[in-house]
Design a protein around this ligand. Structure first.
Ligand SMILES: Cc1cc2nc3c(=O)[nH]c(=O)nc-3n(C[C@H](O)[C@H](O)[C@H](O)COP(=O)(O)O)c2cc1C
Length: 305
């Protein structure tokens, strides 16, 4: 087969590769980029940043589980002021496009951080809606109206594309994705971690200090893939970035076929920071096997029974 094309587009965004490093698993990107072969990635998303520093939760806050891991980090970050000061020059000289991620407890906070991320030169702003709002402690992602309000405020503030990152625990993922789309999201990221809980024996303590945390890794894949499939079918005009449990080229292909234009990978990079090069080779081998010359031709090609 002739040369394979790995380029893909998420709306108006052109990516050299369908692989994206997921937020929170590659630090502020900079540290990881020193050791990873970043040419294999279309972009890398920095850890979510809030308006003021967040301390995060006490240890233990990460734990391995069957088919993945639990984390209850609590989005520890230095706040947007410090983040901008340390990242601006790094973003300009990075060999991989860096995306930012905004998180906050209210609409104004999300928009404030997004504005600063944009000013710092990020290629895209992701809106991390898996965060409790200050009013009632419920995740923004669980409520279509609230999620839409956040996205509208962010989209009205920045000049770069906006992606809404949703929780797989969102009761009606199609409704919330649709609200984000109408509010101005250029794409959705499906999904963040799922709620999970684990116990340590014999002491019978929860694995995480916060008890319930976020489950990620291979066990999350069928859940996130279901979200991609359902949103792609229901809202054909909304670009999707798949995320959850990607650890092989086969996983990438499945996400593309289900309707994603690109995929983010997180947990695998903690175990194997250079996984991108292996996974991209596996993607190419699968493409040859399927006799498909370009990644873009795979997107949304599920054959129904
Ligand atoms: C240790 C850790 C920290 C994370 N921090 C963030 C974060 O700051 N912002 C965010 O949007 N997602 C965060 N995530 C979620 C990942 O970006 C990703 O959505 C999730 O882990 C599912 O993908 P995976 O199965 O490939 O890891 C974090 C995940 C892990 C494991």
């Amino acid at each position: 087969m002739a040369q394979l094309s790995l380029t893909t587009s998420i709306g108006s965004l052109e990516l050299r590769s369908p692989l994206i490093a997921a937020s929170g698993t590659v630090g502020s990107v900079w540290e990881w980029a020193e050791i990873a072969e970043v040419s294999h990635y279309g972009a890398a998303v920095a850890k979510s940043v809030s308006p003021v520093p967040w301390e995060g939760r006490p240890a233990p806050r990460v734990a391995p589980t069957t088919m993945g891991m639990l984390n209850g980090i609590g989005i520890q970050n230095p706040g947007i002021e410090e983040w901008s000061a340390s990242m601006e020059t790094r973003i300009a000289s990075s060999r991989v496009p860096i995306w930012g991620s905004t998180v906050a407890g209210d609409v104004d906070g999300f928009a404030h951080v997004a504005k600063r991320l944009d000013a710092a030169g990020v290629g895209t702003v992701e809106v991390n809606l898996s965060c409790p709002n200050l009013e009632d402690g419920q995740m923004f992602s669980f409520d279509a109206r609230r999620a839409g309000d956040v996205v509208e405020a962010v989209a009205g503030t920045v000049s770069v594309p906006v992606g809404a990152k949703l929780s797989p625990n969102t009761p009606d993922i199609v409704e919330v994705a649709g609200a984000c789309h109408e509010a101005g999201a250029d794409f959705v990221v499906l999904t963040n971690t799922a709620f999970g809980f684990g116990l340590s024996l014999p002491d019978r303590r929860p694995l995480l200090s916060g008890a319930v945390g976020g489950y990620s890794g291979p066990g999350l894949k069928p859940i996130s893939l279901r979200c991609v499939y359902e949103v792609a079918r229901a809202i054909p005009g909304l670009p999707i970035v798949g995320c959850g449990g990607v650890s092989t080229g086969r996983d990438v292909i499945e996400y593309l076929v289900a309707g994603a234009s690109a995929v983010e990978m997180g947990t695998i990079l903690l175990a194997e920071p250079k996984a991108g090069s292996r996974i991209l080779k596996e993607v190419q081998a699968e493409m040859r096997r399927l006799e498909v010359p370009s990644v873009a031709e795979l997107v949304g090609t599920v054959e129904e029974w």
